[in-house]
Each structure stands twice: as structure tokens, then as C-alpha cells.
Design a protein around this ligand. Structure first.
Ligand code: CO
Length: 266
């Protein structure tokens, strides 16, 4: 069942998406070597509640934290823990909030210090692929057009591995609504996009092979070859002519650029 949102609902969803962006921007200002991801998760929970919202992920299907924090070869759903971030780490921070009856759900990958050049390239290309997917999120296109644009840019053009087991999704009163939004597929296939459909588009791209596995904790997804993986996610409303991006990277990027502990050169 696909739900199309009214203009009033879209504005509420924009508010939820923007609260995630603001939380990510706040975290961007705190990142540095030596900080633990568990301490970041605590700040994330407090920030969300201070803004009269609930952290979506906490207790979702038993998920035990406010956020997913995935470092280096962790693809997604990493548990915040007591390990300190180190110079050269890359870290995806994925946050969900529930406010006014709607969820926001998006993610950003940060580079601590100076990761290797090929790692910075992976971050850059994955972010580019998200925007190539978003360009296709217009009424009349199909899900496969988004999927194919992401796969072309990452797998075909740069030889990276596109994760198959995890996909983007519809977003609204539930965290996961129809349709699924894979990051691989054929143009002109899948459900047709209509105005008012809100999607979480989220490429998960591996530097090496596409294969991943889930750890014993039932959540943490890692690359089989232990090469790094990058994850970016935006909340996007399908419109005629041009997609409407509800989340906002510009405030995250501004915080990233003023934090001397981050490499924002991509
Ligand atoms: Co998502």
C-alpha cells in the first residue's frame, strides 16, 4: 500500500526531516578523535527530545539505541559503543525522529581527520549517486529509474559494490512504507512515482565487493571483505518536474566545514 501525502502532511514531514538534519549538524560540530559513539548517541537522544520529538529507532523492532552509528566496514545499523573514534575513521550517522505523527529518517557520512584518498573518493561518489537518484524522483518516472541512476554511477562507473540486501523505502506515519527503493535495478521498471510520494533514498556503497553479513547482535551489518562502506540518506518528496528534498544537507555541511577535525573536502 503506497500512501501519497497532502501538502499539509508534506510540510509536517519537512519539519521531521529538518529536525534530523539539525541533529546531524549538531553532531557534526562535536566529532573528533577520542570521542565515543555511545556519547554521541546520548547527545542525539537529548537533542531530539529537547525538540519535542521521539527518536524513531529506539525500540524499533527491539533496536536498543537512539541512532545507528556505522564506522569504516560497518555498512549500516552499527551499535553506538564505548570505542573511541580515531583519526582516519569514516562514520555514518543515521537518525530517525517522530514528530507530529510523521517520521524523518536520514543519514550522513563524515570523515575524521584524513582518511586515505580512495576512501574520500568513495564518500564523494556515494554522495553524488544520492543526488543522481534524487534527480529521477519526479512524477511519471519509476522506482527503477532512481535505482538505476545510483547503480550506474557507483557500480558501473567506479566499480564499487552496491549492497543488495538493504534498500531505501517509503516514509510517513511509519518508518518503512511501500515502495522499497533499491540502489540497483533497471530503468523503466517498478512502481510509477506520483506526486506526494515521500521516499527515503539511501545508497549503501562498498569500496570492495557488494557482499555483507549481519553480526551476532542481529543488527550490525558489515562488509564481508572488511573494506569501508559509505551511507548517505535523504528524505525526498516526488513532485512534477523536480524532486523536493525535505531534509537539508547544507546545515550539516556548514558545521562539517567549520570543524577542523573533519575532512570536508569532497
Ligand atoms: Co532509512
Amino acid at each position: 500500500m503506497i500512501y501519497y501525502k497532502t501538502e499539509a502532511e508534506i510540510e509536517l514531514m519537512r519539519e521531521s526531516a529538518l529536525l534530523v538534519s539539525k541533529t546531524l549538524a549538531h553532531i557534526a560540530g562535536l566529532l573528533k578523535p577520542g570521542i565515543t559513539t555511545l556519547s554521541l548517541d546520548k547527545v542525539i537522544g537529548e537533542f531530539i527530545r529537547d525538540h519535542k520529538a521521539e527518536p524513531t529507532f529506539l525500540n524499533y523492532k527491539g533496536y536498543p539505541f537512539n541512532s545507528c552509528i556505522s564506522v569504516n566496514d560497518v555498512v549500516v545499523h552499527g551499535f553506538p559503543d564505548k570505542n573511541e573514534l580515531r583519526e582516519g575513521d569514516i562514520i555514518s550517522v543515521d537518525i530517525g525522529v517522530y514528530k507530529n505523527g510523521f517520521h524523518g529518517d536520514h543519514a550522513y557520512t563524515f570523515a575524521i581527520g584524513e582518511p586515505a584518498e580512495d576512501v574520500m573518493k568513495l564518500i564523494c561518489v556515494t554522495k553524488e549517486s544520492l543526488y543522481k537518484g534524487i534527480e529521477k524522483a519526479v512524477a511519471g518516472n519509476r522506482i527503477g529509474d532512481i535505482a538505476n541512476a545510483i547503480q550506474e554511477h557507483t557500480e558501473k562507473k567506479h566499480g564499487y559494490g552496491v549492497v543488495r540486501e538493504l534498500v531505501g523505502h517509503g516514509l510517513g506515519r511509519s518508518l518503512h512504507e511501500d515502495p522499497q527503493v533499491p540502489n540497483y535495478g533497471r530503468k523503466g521498471t517498478g512502481p510509477v512515482l506520483r506526486e506526494g510520494l515521500v521516499l527515503a533514498i539511501e545508497p549503501m556503497i562498498n569500496m570492495g565487493k557488494k557482499d555483507v553479513y549481519t553480526e551476532e547482535d542481529g543488527w550490525t551489518v558489515r562488509t564481508v571483505d572488511h573494506k569501508p562502506s559509505v551511507h548517505f540518506e535523504h528524505d525526498v518528496c516526488v513532485r512534477k518536474g523536480k524532486a523536493d528534498v525535505l531534509s537539508d544537507y547544507s546545515i550539516i555541511e556548514a558545521a562539517e566545514q567549520t570543524n577542523p577535525n573533519l575532512n570536508a573536502k569532497y
